[in-house]
Design a protein around this ligand. Sequence first.
Ligand code: SAM
Length: 437
Amino acid sequence: MTALRINGSTKMAGSPKGGLTIGYREAIRLLLAAEAASEFPDFVREELPAIISHWLQSPEDPPILLDASYVEKWVTILRSFLQLRNHNPASGEIRVTKHAKPVNVDFDGLPFQPSLKKPKFTFLDLFAGIGGFRIGLESLGGKCVFSSEWDRHAKETYFQNYGEVPFGDIQRLSSHRLVSTEVDVVAGGFPCQPFSRAGVSARTSLGLNHGFECQTQGQLFYDVVNVAKIHRPKMLILENVGNIEKHDGGNTLEEIKRSIKEDLNYSFTYKIYNSNTLVPQSRVRCIIVAFRDREAKENWEMPSLEGAPKPLRSILENIPWDSKYTLSDAMWEGHQRRSKRNVERGTGFTAYPKDLDKPATTLVARYYKDGKECLIPQASHPRLVPRMLTERECARLQGFPEEFKTHPSKLHAYKQFGNAVPVPLVSEVAKYALNEI
Ligand SMILES: C[S@@+](CC[C@H](N)C(=O)[O-])C[C@H]1O[C@@H](n2cnc3c(N)ncnc32)[C@H](O)[C@@H]1O
């Protein structure tokens, strides 16, 4: 059993010896019910599942957005509930114990449990998605002390894996002090649609702005800056699409650099990586690392992650040709027809079964629609109709561990992996950068 121990003074202790134990889901339900009638500002009420689930992972700290008095209150609620539940009414006796028993919160069954060890560093997981940064940074001894993600389905996957409900819209939160503890690292893949090649042409064709002029998504980089201004982490590690380097003739990246250097007074370094030396997928990403200790790190260089591209074959499951992942005949015919037309015109997308000895092409959020970006050949199929990747194969393409729980909806699982950061890209770059803090 992995459990956090909460006693009267809310110190976190080692593995539980005695005391009262409650599962983390039951504890969240109980505290939510207990606070149902309490007065809170609207945005705090909306965030209560996030506030309570975060607090259970760091019970030594005051709950985010609330004051320290809630610690005593919530421990007392949990303890009273457990004492009443454990009381045997048949004996007719209610025992009053001299010393308040510690309360253990049990995280059993979670694929990724909060660590009881003293963390090597703390981090904030912004634009958390399904936690590519979280797994990568936790694998290096980090402890996540705050996560934010506004998509309901991504939040569900996040909760199923880490037992934590991320906070919602970062634009509502970025001007607040989020955690009272020292923050070592702020991590985040700020939304890339306004900068990605597909995003730019889709927005242009709809007559919409892109990049920083995109009124909603384009401004989210500045929320990272706001959070960094308040918490002054030792390091930022950010991710975006490779195309951000060329976007608006280089002006977009230049503005990011200016803001990090001038608004925050941090160093600024970036590198474009193709993740295919770490995972069997061509995924070109820009990683930005910025240090608070600007002077000393001005000439710091990002690591080079060289190696042979990994073959797609290495992550495939053994799937029968008549599985639900096989394209319908109509869809496969449509793909072939459009591919032939596009080849003749010399433009557009072509959908062919992949060469399994090479990396897959970039997994994208729209993959669930028809799988055209990565079709798996099926020599055993009577008409050689290819299939789509399975959810587990997508997880592997992004370097998520086997124990990672995928979203039960195929559509959302594909979308979430299409948006994620490759876990080994985070851990390899961060491993190197963390030596500097
Ligand atoms: C590029 S994805 C990051 C994925 C993440 N790195 C992962 O490994 O799964 C950007 C995420 O930001 C989230 N997002 C967009 N706008 C947001 C906002 N205002 N507040 C919180 N999350 C937001 C999106 O829902 C999306 O999941």
